[in-house]
Design a protein around this ligand. Structure first.
Ligand code: ZN
Ligand code: ZN
Length: 359
């Protein structure tokens, strides 16, 4: 299966027309990859209704010839000069740009270099908005990354154990992923045992895992450009009554959120489904983050799933569902899975056991 760059460009152009833009300057490298296929680290794309230019520096002449599809390639010496020249050739009056990725310095320089009549108009998520709905090529890639992650969890259950040092276990897991084709981790592996589990993003530390602790393990692998993200919380030794209770609440919250996923539902409703369960159990103040996020070329992308998220879920979105309870001085529990929004509801892409596993 190949990515349909032509289709992506068409959808992007429809967005430009809707916003009455003559052209758009894409500066975010993931967005450029999404539209053009280019995987290098220096590029710009400029798109109008009739033209599409890809700009890069001489280091990427050969690579851009190989990767870029459907764009005319220009090699620049000074990026901003070539951008200004290209948009003036296009006679573009109103030019959209990505406010989250063009630096203020470059914006100022570009503004000076453009024709006096040309106007630069900021947009936060014109391309990223397109990316939240995945095409079949992307769903296949993300599913592969998710399957590799599940295998990583099977391995993690062997190395995360009482007596092990968090960071050593994390290193060993990273090696596992790299040996199996992952180009990188999606993020620094989180292994947070005991009290450290109360830190929602407790990067693996020098702490030694003890008996009787919860261990939050949150990992992600980057495979063929696509990210994966999954969390399990294990317990070392027989769980206490409170450990069982807290784990049960998080698991129920996650199940309720997954159950609520379907096209047309507000992203915030999925958050509320999880939050409702946790609040009802009396742990509401210990759940401080949103219930999930989109995953794709970026580990965190749209849609966000928080109490105030405005997006509606659509078929083809890939999101995480990851409620948690974090009790300072005691520990934490999070359970996170990746799901694909289908017309019939959520399809789980990650499948590691959700029962409380004793290590
Ligand atoms: Zn995660
Ligand atoms: Zn996540």
């Amino acid at each position: 299966m190949k990515p349909l760059y032509g289709e992506r460009l068409k959808r992007f152009r429809a967005g430009l027309a809707a916003k009455k833009l003559d052209a758009f300057l894409v500066t975010d490298l993931k967005n450029i990859r999404y539209l053009t296929g280019f995987t290098g680290s220096s590029a710009y794309a400029i798109v109008s209704a009739g033209k599409a230019f890809f700009l890069t520096d001489p280091r990427y002449t050969a690579q851009s010839r190989e990767e870029v599809e459907g764009f005319r390639v220009r090699i620049f010496k000074k990026a901003l000069d070539t951008i200004a020249q290209t948009v003036s050739e296009m006679k573009a009056g109103v030019i959209g740009f990505e406010s989250g990725s063009l630096s203020f310095d470059n914006y100022s320089k570009l503004k000076k270099a453009l024709r006096p009549k040309a106007a630069l108009k900021p947009f936060a998520a014109l391309v990223s908005g397109l990316r939240s709905v995945k095409d079949p090529f992307e769903i296949e890639r993300i599913s592969e990354a998710a399957r590799l992650l599940d295998r990583g969890f099977t391995y993690a259950m062997k190395v995360v154990k009482p007596g092990a040092v968090e960071s050593e276990a994390a290193y060993s897991i990273e090696t596992f992923f790299r040996k199996r084709g992952a180009e990188a981790l999606a993020f620094d592996t989180i292994i947070a045992s005991g009290e450290r589990g109360a830190l929602p993003h407790g990067k693996a530390s020098e702490k030694r895992i003890k008996k009787g602790e919860f261990v939050v393990v949150d990992m992600g692998a980057l495979l063929n450009g696509y990210n994966s993200d999954e969390t399990r919380t294990f317990v070392t030794g027989r769980p206490s009554v409170k450990q069982k209770e807290v784990y049960g609440v998080v698991r129920e919250a996650q199940a309720a959120a997954i159950e609520s996923v379907r096209p047309g539902v507000k992203a915030s409703a999925v958050d509320l489904a999880a939050r409702g369960v946790i609040e009802k159990a009396g742990y509401g103040k210990y759940f401080g983050h949103g219930t999930g996020h989109g995953v794709g070329l970026d580990i965190h992308e749209g849609p966000g799933l928080g109490p105030a998220s405005p997006e509606l879920l659509e078929e083809g979105m890939v999101i995480t569902v990851e409620p948690g309870i974090y009790i300072p001085g005691w520990g934490g529990v999070r359970i996170e899975d990746m799901v694909l929004v289908t017309k019939n509801g959520a399809r789980l892409l990650t499948s590691t056991n959700r029962d409380l596993v004793i290590l």
